[in-house]
Structure formats: C-alpha cells, structure tokens
Ligand binder design. Structure first.
Ligand SMILES: *[C@@H]1O[C@H](CO)[C@@H](O)[C@H](O)[C@H]1NC(C)=O
Ligand SMILES: *[C@@H]1O[C@H](CO)[C@@H](O)[C@H](O)[C@H]1NC(C)=O
Ligand SMILES: *[C@@H]1O[C@H](CO)[C@@H](O)[C@H](O)[C@H]1NC(C)=O
Ligand SMILES: *[C@@H]1O[C@H](CO)[C@@H](O)[C@H](O)[C@H]1NC(C)=O
Ligand SMILES: *[C@@H]1O[C@H](CO)[C@@H](O)[C@H](O)[C@H]1NC(C)=O
Ligand SMILES: *[C@@H]1O[C@H](CO)[C@@H](O)[C@H](O)[C@H]1NC(C)=O
Ligand SMILES: *[C@@H]1O[C@H](CO)[C@@H](O)[C@H](O)[C@H]1NC(C)=O
Ligand SMILES: *[C@@H]1O[C@H](CO)[C@@H](O)[C@H](O)[C@H]1NC(C)=O
Ligand SMILES: *[C@@H]1O[C@H](CO)[C@@H](O)[C@H](O)[C@H]1NC(C)=O
Ligand SMILES: *[C@@H]1O[C@H](CO)[C@@H](O)[C@H](O)[C@H]1NC(C)=O
Ligand SMILES: *[C@@H]1O[C@H](CO)[C@@H](O)[C@H](O)[C@H]1NC(C)=O
Ligand SMILES: *[C@@H]1O[C@H](CO)[C@@H](O)[C@H](O)[C@H]1NC(C)=O
Length: 661
C-alpha cells in the first residue's frame, strides 16, 4: 500500500494540464447513471436514481435501462428500502452497445450466447453489492429488472468504478492525465481523449482477469438457450494494475494490442510502472526456444532494457530461425490478430521482423553489444527488404501482395502494407507515398478495409495505417482517416461515445468477421486507440527518440489542420509543442523540452523558404536563417522540402518559418 501511495503523490504533483474539460476519466469512483434510457412496465420515479439517491418503485414485473452516458466499469450496488411481497428478485445486466439491451441478460463475453444477469433475492431495509468476481469491465447501459409480483422500492443505485485501480480517490479528483492534446477540430479532440479513456478502462486489477471458462466449451456452433454465468477472477500479472486488451473481454495481456495502447498511455498518463508489470507478465512466458509473445519500443528505461536484453535477443533468434533461402521468414504459425491466411513469406510478418532487426541494432548500439549475433542483423534486414521488394511488390496496384505462395494471391493486405511503410522496408520514399495513396483509394464509407480479415474494418490495423500515412508524408490522409473511422466509432449511436470498438464490418454493421457472436465484440479495446499516440507523435510532432526523451524530435505535420497543441511528461520533465499555420504560408512552432536533453527540429514545407527564425527564449538568443546556416540542413525528398536543425539543447523555443509560393 505504501508504494502505491508514494506513486500516487508523485503523479498527483504533475497532473495540472490544460484542456481537462475533454477528459473522460471520472472524478470519483462512485458513479451514478446519467439518464434513463428506457422503461418496461411500471417504474415510478425511475429518474430519481439518476444523479441522486431518492426512491424508485418497481411495480410488478418491470425494468429500467439506465445510461451512464459513457462506457464505465465496476461493481454495482443498490439499497432496497421496501419489498411488499416476500420472495422478490432484482436482477442487473450490462451492455456496452444499446443494440444488445436485452430482457434476458447482458451482452456477451463467450463465443456464443449472452451473459447472465446478476440476481438478488431482496428484502426490506437491505443493501446489495456485486461480489468482486462479478465486476463488469465495460458497460454504458445498466438494466435493473424486477421479475416478481408486488413492489420493490430501490435507491442509491451506484457503480464503484474499478478501472485504473492503482490511483487513489484523491488522484481521480485532481485528474490523472499528464498529457494533453488540442486542435481546432472538436471531433479530433474528443477522439484523442476517448483513446486515453479507452486505455484506462483496459487497465484493471490483475486479480480480475478473464476466467476463460468457456474456451473450447461453448463455441459459435453450440446452441445456447439460457444466458451463461460469467466471472472475472483470474490473476494475470503481478503488481497493482495491468493493461489488458479489452475492458469487458478478454481481460488478458496481449502483446499486439500493447503496440498501440502502450504509446497511447505514454502520451496521456505516463503510467509506466503499470506498463512494466504488464510487459513482465509476457516476458516471463518466454520458452526455451526463445519464443516470446512480445516485441516493441522501449519508451522508458535503459535499466529495464538492459535487464531484458538477453530475453530480447533469444526471442529475435527464434524469429530469425524462420528465414529461409528466399531471404524472408516463412511463417508457419497462423496466430496473429485473427486475420486469415497468415502463412508463408507474409509481408506483414517480414516487415515487422525487418523493423525489429533495425530496432535491435539501435538498442545494441545503445547498450554497447557488438557481439557476432548482433552484427549479423543488418545483413539479414537487408535480405528481407530486397526479397520483399522483389518477390511481393505488385507494381500494378502499388501495394505488396500478402505472400508469394503460388498461384499468386490477389490479396494485398492492409497490415503488411502499413507495416512496410512504418518499418521503412519500402524500396524508396516514392514507393511509400504510392502505397499510402493506394491504401487511401480503397477506403469505404466506414473506413479503411482489412481484406486479410474478410469484410472487416480493423481499428487496430488502421492505427498502423495512420502512422503509415504520416510517415509517407501524407498527413492529411491520416487526419481524414482519423475523422472517417474514429469519428464514426465515437458518434454512431450504437457506440459508447467514449471508447473505441475492437472491429466492425465494411458495411458499418457491428459484426466482426472473426467472431460469429456479435454481442461478444468489445467496445473498449486498447488496440483501437491509435489516434491518441499518432496525433501527439506525428500531428503535433512531439516524439522521444531515446529513453524518456533524453533525445527528442519535433516534427509537426498539420495535415490540413491549422493549429495543433500537445504535451506530455516523462521522468525527465515536460515536453510540449504548439504549431500554427501562418497566413501567407509557413509555420509558427513553439516548443518546450527539458534541460539536459537535446534533439532535432524537422519542418517540411512547400513553396520557397522566405525566412526562418529560431528563438531560444532562455538564452535570449534569436538566430536568423543566415546565422543558422552551419547547423541547418535542407534537403529535398521526393518533392518534399525539409529544414532540419539538429543538436538543439532542451529549452523553450519559437520557430517561425515563412514561405512564399
Ligand atoms: C418487457 O418485459 C417483459 C416481461 O418481463 C418481457 O417479456 C419483454 O420482452 C420486455 N420488453 C422489452 C422491450 O424489454
Ligand atoms: C426471478 O429471477 C430469479 C433469479 O433468476 C428466479 O430464481 C426466479 O424464479 C424468478 N422469478 C420469476 C417469477 O420469474
Ligand atoms: C404497488 O405500487 C402501486 C403504484 O404505486 C400501488 O398501486 C400498489 O398498491 C402497490 N402494491 C403494493 C402491494 O403495495
Ligand atoms: C471464481 O469465481 C467462481 C464463481 O464464483 C468460483 O467458482 C471460482 O472458484 C473462483 N475462482 C477463483 C480462483 O477464485
Ligand atoms: C527503471 O527500471 C528499473 C528496473 O525495472 C526500476 O527499478 C526503476 O525504478 C526504473 N526507473 C524509472 C525511472 O522508472
Ligand atoms: C497467402 O495469402 C493468401 C491471401 O491471404 C492466403 O489465402 C494464403 O493462405 C497465404 N498462404 C499461406 C501459405 O498462408
Ligand atoms: C514454409 O514452411 C512450411 C513448413 O515447413 C513448408 O511446408 C512450406 O512449403 C514453406 N513455405 C515456403 C514458401 O517455403
Ligand atoms: C529508410 O531507408 C532509406 C534507404 O532505403 C534510408 O535512406 C532512409 O534514411 C530510411 N529512413 C528512415 C526514417 O530510417
Ligand atoms: C482530406 O479532407 C479534406 C476535407 O474534406 C480534403 O480537402 C482533402 O483533399 C483531403 N485530403 C486527403 C489527402 O485525403
Ligand atoms: C458525447 O460526449 C460528449 C462529451 O465527450 C458530449 O458533449 C456529447 O453531447 C455526447 N454526444 C451524445 C450524442 O451523447
Ligand atoms: C508564434 O506563436 C507564439 C505562441 O503562440 C506567439 O507568441 C507568436 O506571436 C507567434 N508568432 C508569429 C509570427 O505568429
Ligand atoms: C521553459 O519555460 C518554462 C515556463 O516558463 C520554465 O518553467 C522552464 O524552466 C523553461 N525550460 C527550460 C529548459 O528553460
């Protein structure tokens, strides 16, 4: 408990950030319904349970659906002051989407059927609270049923909010977020904060993980006629909190999901101890072959990296054992993100392997590991890149094919093409641009398709597509896809207006091709929160390039927006940027980075550079274009003009770049 309190104060001290009006995190753990959604039968004063603790009278068989206004998670409680007929029952059920509100029970966590309601036999003058294993991690709608004759008078219907369990009530009251984002587009602002909130709902008490009771027992082909019991009481990691894939389900640590949710948490609440406990729960699973369920970016901490370096190397050794004489890895295990056809010389797997080899080389340099094994990595990476560009590139569509299995497939996956850009496996930057354009040309009315998973729109893989558009120098495509998909996921009335869904169909149905049971789909999935980190890292252009931001890159890309602000904190201090498009052409960038750090400013522009002024507000110095000539490098990459200033010491800067057409 003591260490939790200490952490609590360390975070609380730094929690004053602007734009807190967008934050969805509750200010208190005790939640009450926001409104009455519907009433079935006769319930007097149903409204009195909204925001207060007056009485509602359930007259005979009746029910009320309450709306919390946003997705929440926790343990339900209520008081019963009067029961007119003995043997009365009150039931409670939960749904994330309004379309699964049901007189029989909840939405689903299993492959078939729906989850049972919780039932209590009630008597006058008593209080009821769900047992710990019946905490429901995600729901916006809560149904209260009375299924007996006579009247039941109920009050004080509350939910004890159980997400982010390692923050104190005081911290919630003050605000737990250490990062912020703002631009002139209100929908994009709400998307950023909904992503942050989704990841919070996915941060749970590690003793309340999925119990997986129906795995392999109830599947979509089983006929399930009665609602199924459910509970969450498996311990899935050490520590006081853990990051799982989804709030309702699976409530398990999945490595792929963390690739999106971890950077989202980094930019919004910097909850790094929790992330370390989550990663550790994967690292301890490494088996003798080196196979590991994780590979990712080390945002935090060189000590931690050093401790786990051998684990990383033996995992990479395992992956490299799949490279054959084609130069590419031949994938023989189908498990991925539930996409189909995951085998052979698959472009996604090879792009990720290429990425990890280059990342590994950088990390080895950082740690001073010059072993033979490490030295073999650049050539292996080059081999993957050249084979993928020779064997998998389809010049007719400007996309990579899924694999080179004969006869050649017509499937050009979203995952592999996005990852080819992210990993810089593309032959050149022109090819990256072409892929970005080809991916955009496929967008439908509800978003970017992932044909490798059927008729699916994947908010997970589309999170990588957002990064790809930014990296290809097409930020407007990233901004437009953010609004098209995440705007839909936020504002469609079937959604929660607060958290992001796991997957849906290209026709906008809330059906996810890998599942037969639609009520099972999670509406709060960390892997769907891509915009939160991409808007900060690429839109605001605020990136850390080594542990905790000892070095940084400032590279804003407005993408059609006229103003973007963002900030976050690490244990080195505060980082922030504010970028405004100048009338007449150019950018005004102010940024702040901590003392004892250093970094690079990189600005892309069109037209002709008219002037560049860099003011370091502490040093009181102002440099004009000529004086900076020595530190400045201008280049022209595929028609994009770039100014780069490197080796800038941490500090407060204003940079004004003016252009003329
Ligand atoms: C209303 O309640 C009755 C009896 O409990 C049930 O049969 C019916 O399906 C319910 N209707 C709705 C819309 O929930
Ligand atoms: C009400 O629900 C409880 C719990 O499921 C059940 O035991 C009871 O038989 C039901 N009563 C009626 C009248 O349906
Ligand atoms: C239940 O409440 C209704 C409406 O207030 C009332 O008419 C009825 O008499 C009550 N029944 C009992 C058993 O108290
Ligand atoms: C989890 O809860 C279920 C249902 O109450 C119970 O049967 C089971 O023993 C619990 N498991 C653990 C590990 O507590
Ligand atoms: C870095 O990681 C180490 C080992 O896991 C831990 O003891 C230390 O507290 C971490 N440092 C920071 C600044 O988080
Ligand atoms: C190659 O890709 C296609 C399309 O995704 C897929 O049907 C096929 O199974 C893949 N080949 C292997 C060996 O997985
Ligand atoms: C990949 O490996 C499998 C299993 O060893 C083998 O059957 C298959 O032919 C290989 N695929 C390629 C493209 O070499
Ligand atoms: C991507 O690879 C090219 C070589 O193909 C290299 O010139 C470029 O610097 C790389 N870009 C990044 C961001 O690593
Ligand atoms: C993005 O959307 C804006 C507004 O609809 C449009 O003007 C612009 O051309 C789009 N750009 C791209 C790259 O999609
Ligand atoms: C969605 O939530 C926002 C607050 O984040 C609120 O302003 C808006 O009214 C809500 N929209 C609907 C349709 O409830
Ligand atoms: C640039 O932005 C800063 C901060 O908003 C402001 O103080 C300054 O006046 C701006 N400069 C120009 C030339 O717009
Ligand atoms: C930047 O400005 C802030 C606020 O004025 C100040 O607290 C901070 O020390 C400055 N940073 C540096 C590195 O000088």
């Amino acid at each position: 408990m003591k260490s939790i309190r200490l952490l609590a104060f360390a975070c609380a001290a730094s929690a004053h950030v602007p734009y807190s009006q967008y934050v969805l995190t509750p200010k208190s753990r005790t939640l009450r319904p926001a409104s009455v959604y519907s009433i079935n039968g006769t319930v007097q004063d149903a409204q009195s349970l909204v925001g207060g603790n007056a009485n509602a009278v359930f007259v005979g068989q009746s029910a009320v659906t309450y709306d919390f206004g946003k997705n929440v998670g926790g343990l339900v409680s209520f008081n019963v002051s009067e029961v007119t007929t003995s043997g009365a029952y009150i039931g409670i059920s939960f749904t994330e989407s309004s379309i699964w509100i049901n007189p029989e029970g909840c939405d689903a966590t299993a492959d078939a059927g729906i989850d049972a309601a919780l039932w209590w036999q009630v008597s006058s003058g008593s209080s009821y609270t769900a047992q710990k294993q019946f905490q429901r991690g995600g729901f916006r709608y809560l149904n209260v049923y009375h299924n007996t004759t006579g009247n039941v008078t109920l009050s004080d219907l509350t939910v004890y909010y159980t997400a982010i369990p390692h923050y104190s009530e005081e911290q919630l009251a003050q605000g737990i977020q250490t990062g912020y984002f703002h631009c002139e587009d209100e929908q994009i602002n709400r998307i950023w904060y909904a992503g942050a909130y989704t990841n919070e709902l996915c941060t749970i008490d590690p003793t309340t993980g999925n119990s997986l009771i129906y795995l392999g027992v109830v599947n979509s082909s089983s006929v399930v006629t009665t609602p199924l019991p459910w509970y969450s009481n498996t311990t899935i990691s050490n520590g006081s909190a853990v990051l799982v894939d989804g709030a309702k389900r699976d409530r398990l640590v999945w490595p792929g999901d963390i690739l999106i949710s971890q950077p989202g948490i980094f930019v919004s609440s910097y909850d790094m101890e929790m992330l370390r406990d989550s990663l550790d729960s994967l690292l301890v699973l490494q088996n003798a072959s080196g196979a590991l369920p994780y590979a990712g970016r080390p945002f935090g901490n060189e000590t931690y990296l050093r401790q786990n370096w051998n684990t990383f190397k033996s995992a990479l050794n395992f992956s490299l054992s799949f490279i054959d004489d084609s130069g590419m890895a031949n994938v023989t295990t189908p498990a991925d993100w539930l996409r189909f056809g995951m085998g052979g010389h698959n472009i996604e797997a090879n792009a990720i392997l290429y990425f990890v080899l280059n990342l590994g080389t950088n990390l080895a340099n950082l740690l001073g590991d010059a072993s033979m094994f490490v030295q073999s990595w650049p050539a292996l990476a080059e081999g993957i890149k050249s084979a993928a560009n020779n064997q998998l590139w389809d010049p007719k569509l400007n996309l990579y094919r899924d694999n080179d299995t004969q006869p050649l497939t017509d499937l050009h996956p979203q995952d592999g093409n996005a990852w080819a850009i992210i990993s810089n496996l593309t032959l050149n930057s022109e090819r990256a641009r072409n892929i970005s354009e080809a991916l955009q040309a496929r967008w439908g009315p509800y978003g970017a398709p992932a044909p490798e998973a059927g008729e699916t729109v994947s908010p997970f893989v589309s999170g990588f597509e957002l990064q790809a558009h930014y990296r290809a120098g097409r930020p407007a495509a990233a901004v437009n896809l953010t609004k098209l998909m995440w705007g839909f996921m936020l504002d469609d009335p079937r959604m929660t207006n607060s958290t992001f869904i796991e997957g849906y169909s290209t026709n906008g149905d809330l059906h996810y091709a890998p599942y037969a049971n639609d009520p099972r789909i999670s509406h709060a999935h960390g892997w769907a929160t891509g915009p939160t980190s991409t808007l900060t890292f690429y839109g605001a252009g605020l990136q850390v390039t080594s542990a905790a931001g000892k070095t940084w890159l400032i590279e804003p890309q407005l993408g059609g927006l006229s103003n973007i602000e963002a900030g976050f904190q690490t244990n080195l201090g505060s980082f922030s940027t504010q970028t405004t498009a100048l009338q007449g052409g150019g950018l005004n960038v102010t940024f702040s980075t901590p003392r004892n750090t250093s970094g690079t400013l990189r600005l892309t522009y069109s037209g002709t550079l008219a002037s560049l002024t860099v003011t370091n507000l502490e040093a009181g110095s102002s440099m004009t274009s000529q004086k900076m000539a020595k530190r400045q490098m201008q280049s022209d990459e595929a028609g994009t003009k770039v100014v780069t200033l490197s080796d800038l010491p941490g500090g407060n800067y204003t940079v004004v770049l003016r252009t003329v057409d």
